[in-house]
Design a protein around this ligand. Structure first.
Ligand code: NAP
Length: 241
């Protein structure tokens, strides 16, 4: 049985991603920073007969919690890592300098958290025959699109979120090149504007639809792309960096 770990899996896109992977025959570890939400997620899945899952306490900003999560993943190999946990951060106050502390907090989750979790689980991933890493990013992290005033989302210039996802994209390019010779597929995946707690449920895509796209990137075959910015927002299935 293939094994997957999804961070931020107690709600939203992460939870739906876990649900789809279990239905597809994966054993899924749901990374949840809060025990109550982890237990609740497992109970919800269990009521649907989806038993091939467990939750692990995993706060991506906390090295100790990541190290403890590694010990709890008792399977020798991890086939899929989905770095989904992410935060938006506070919005800018016009006329005020954006607080460096807030930038650091958002980068700690959206960039360093991803790198921390990936490094910790790399020994598990290299034991897979076909390791896949999905970094859940955002179209808002596209410098090309952000530079186009006619782009649908160009008004969303969140001062910490946008640079954090652009940096995550850069990390994905670097990591994919490093791991390609070992058979990894490492992609940045934009789930699209999705109705979750993240945006007060205003998104125009359902978490199920967005999660299905994340799962597609997590289950690519040997001929699938690596080091790409995958998205359903554009007909070609990719966004410019
Ligand atoms: P969500 O419903 O708010 O879920 C975010 C998840 O991340 C929650 O499970 C949250 O845990 C978890 N999380 C936050 N900080 C964490 C930390 N330090 N350690 C571990 N888990 C943490 O949002 P979502 O829409 O599903 O977002 C999932 C991903 O999609 C994010 O990376 C986001 O940037 C990206 N995305 C979303 C949209 C959209 O329109 N929704 C668009 C583009 C990209 P708690 O429940 O404990 O807070």
């Amino acid at each position: 049985m293939k094994v997957a770990l999804v961070t931020g899996a107690n709600q939203g896109i992460g939870f739906e991603t876990a649900r789809i992977l279990i239905r597809r025959g994966y054993f899924v570890y749901l990374g949840c920073r809060n025990p109550e939400s982890g237990i609740r997620a497992i109970e919800t899945l269990g009521r649907e007969g989806l038993k091939n899952a467990n939750w692990v306490r995993l706060d991506v900003t906390d090295q100790k919690s990541v190290d403890e999560a590694v010990v709890q993943v008792t399977d020798p190999a991890l086939d899929v890592l989905i770095n989904n946990a992410g935060i938006l951060g506070a919005r800018a106050v016009p006329g005020e300098t954006y607080a460096l502390d807030e930038l650091r907090r958002v980068f700690e989750t959206n960039l360093f958290g991803v790198i921390r979790v990936t490094q910790a689980f790399l020994p598990h991933l290299v034991r897979s025959e076909a390791p896949r890493i999905v970094n859940v990013t955002s179209g808002l992290g596209s410098l090309t699109l952000q530079s186009d005033p006619t782009w649908r989302f160009s008004r969303y210039k969140h001062p910490a979120y946008v640079p954090s996802k652009a940096a995550l994209n850069a990390h994905t390019v670097v990591l994919s090149a490093e791991l390609a010779p070992k058979g990894f597929k490492v992609n940045a995946v934009d789930p699209g504007y999705t109705a979750t707690a993240f945006n007060g449920y205003t998104g125009d895509r359902s978490p199920e639809v967005s999660a299905a796209f994340v799962v597609k990137a997590a289950t690519l075959g040997p001929d699938g792309p690596t080091g790409r910015f995958l998205s359903e927002e554009r007909p070609g299935g990719e966004l410019p960096w």
